[in-house]
Design a protein around this ligand. Structure first.
Ligand code: BES
Ligand code: ZN
Ligand code: MN
Length: 516
């Protein structure tokens, strides 16, 4: 064997040995409030560079060099500004973040600061970074850490070599959060926020996975693995079970694919025995080609993320179980792959759903609402929930209306809508309420079936109305259309570019504030 081929074989083996799920992320640690004299550190200052705090301590230590550096750089502490010094005083690197005139006013803003620090040091291969926080907000350490954890998310699984900017053997290292709460803050973080951070990462992983790596059964297996060790029970309906229940909606979507559909339920009973659970139902199309109503090629690859609603609801319940929330909850993932083939559904086909209601397919590309019909019916019958929130990348129309800044909220229940809007503001996953008018029903009339699966505008509201036809009118229900919000085109402090896992933080916040 030539030396070349030998070397090639050697490196191929090496690549195979590289831990594929290894994620170059810093371990979070918690420590006393104190400014280290060297190393890599980050501090934050409000606008105007006020006297006192870590900034002044370092300035004094360096004989006024920090203020001179700030002045030379024009750094005043404005929101989102930063002063990034290398080889300064005794420091390998000193990052000073501006927090604006008012300083951080909410957990959200603390999370952003954590995320900004984690992202700034993401490629900086120093073993330890200290984030020194001078504020005395209760729980600051947890929120700084939570923001750092979700802000430093990466998906490196399919890279055959690690980061090019880093030496191959560099460990990702530690990010130590130094607050007045000290090292004890670690237990609060681990109990309350780390489970949410892990759930966010899990949802992002699922959304990022391409269609050749994630299909309905594989989704179920991933959830089974993630649920290990948590107080959760899984129920899985396969095609035989779905046929027995006459679940024509989800079967019609899945029938064109060689990968059969699944209905997955994940149940968590952390609340009082017998108390009606909160139900979260998610659209789980592992790839949406449009089916026979096939989509144009431009951006079709993004439809690998058409299962984000399912990832979000399952991950939310994983988070609730992980932090032992005192509630009962059930997540339902309506899983199918929407493909064109000789066995696929056709436009014009009439489908009978498990509830008995029928609909006529106008477009096989309006498949999200089709799979949700049977999922909604089943969870209402089995679990008698006290409310239902469904989450779906449902329409291009909501992307046109809201872009990626908000998810669309549709509900006939003003109290539930208000709770969800508030949770959206508090979590940073914002919602915008859009109308759900009774007239939309007219636009969904079919000449031969109970309804048709699309027609007329506004597209997002019409989709919401269709879904609502499978929910008992007496049951509080909300529909979140997360198309657009599910994917970040550019990085935010707590959401790197790519899959956002939109809805996990929002629903976790909704449960914390209104149902615990
Ligand atoms: N998954 C798409 C919606 C979507 C579009 C999500 C863009 C994210 C980005 C959904 O299944 C779909 O195709 N909806 C159709 C509905 C129409 C046929 C009634 C749409 O929005 O065009
Ligand atoms: Zn879709
Ligand atoms: Mn579609």
């Amino acid at each position: 064997m030539s030396r070349f081929w030998f070397a090639l074989a050697f490196f191929v083996c090496l690549a195979a040995l590289w831990p594929s799920d290894a994620r170059a992320q810093r371990t979070l640690a918690f420590d006393a409030h104190q400014v280290p004299e060297g190393g890599a550190i980050a501090i934050a200052v409000a606008e105007g560079l006020p006297a006192g705090g870590s900034f002044d301590a370092i300035d004094a230590r360096t004989g006024g060099a920090l203020r001179r550096a700030a002045e030379a750089d024009g750094f005043r502490g404005k929101a989102d500004s930063r002063l990034d010094l290398r080889g300064f005083g005794g420091y390998e690197r000193l990052l000073v973040l501006g927090t604006g005139a008012a300083g951080p006013q909410s957990p959200r803003q603390l999370e952003d600061i954590g995320g900004r620090v984690a992202q700034a040091f993401g490629k900086h291969r120093t073993p330890r970074v200290d984030l020194v926080w001078d504020g005395d907000e209760a729980g600051a350490a947890s929120h700084l850490a939570f923001g750092a954890a979700i802000g430093q998310y990466r998906f490196d699984k399919y890279r055959s070599k690690p980061d090019e900017d880093a030496p191959a053997d560099a460990a990702p290292g530690t990010l130590a959060i130094r607050t007045r709460e000290g090292a004890a803050a670690g237990s609060a973080y681990r109990a309350q926020w780390q489970p949410v951070a892990e759930a966010v990462a899990f949802a992002r992983d699922l959304s990022t996975e391409p269609g050749n790596a994630l299909w309905p059964e594989e989704f179920v297996e991933r959830v089974r693995t993630a649920a290990r060790g948590l107080p959760l029970t899984l129920e899985v309906l396969d095609v035989t079970a779905m046929r027995r229940l006459d679940m024509g909606g989800i079967l019609a979507v899945g029938q064109g694919s060689v990968r059969p559909p699944r209905l997955l339920l994940v149940r968590y009973a952390g609340g009082a025995a017998g108390e009606a659970p909160l139900a979260f139902v998610g659209k789980g199309i592992t790839f949406d080609s449009g089916g026979i109503s096939i989509k144009p090629n431009t951006n079709m690859w993004q439809m690998k993320g058409d299962m984000t609603g399912a990832a979000t609801v399952v991950s939310t319940v994983l988070a609730l179980a992980g932090r032992q929330a005192p509630v009962n909850a059930v997540a339902v993932a309506a899983l199918a792959e929407n493909m064109p083939s000789g066995s696929a559904s056709r436009p014009g086909d009439v489908v009978r759903t498990a509830s008995g209601k029928t609909f006529e397919i106008m477009s096989t590309d309006a498949e999200g609402r089709m799979v949700l019909t049977d999922a909604l019916w089943y969870v209402q019958r089995q679990d008698r929930p006290k409310l239902v929130v469904d989450v779906a990348t449902l329409t291009g129309a909501v992307v046109t209306a809201l872009g990626g800044d908000y998810a669309g909220l549709f509900s006939r229940d003003d109290a539930l809508a208000a709770q969800l809007l508030a949770a959206g503001e508090a979590s940073g996953e914002a919602l915008w309420r859009l109308p759900l008018r009774d007239e939309y029903g007219k636009r969904l009339e079919s000449p031969i079936a109970d309804l048709r699966n699309g027609g007329g505008s506004p597209g997002a509201g019409i989709g919401a109305y269709f879904i609502g036809e499978w929910v008992d009118r007496a049951l509080p229900w909300a529909h979140l259309d997360i198309a657009g919000a599910d994917w970040n085109d550019s990085a935010d402090p707590t959401v790197p570019e790519g899959a956002s896992a939109f809805g996990v933080r929002l629903l976790d916040r909704f449960v914390r504030d209104h149902h615990e």
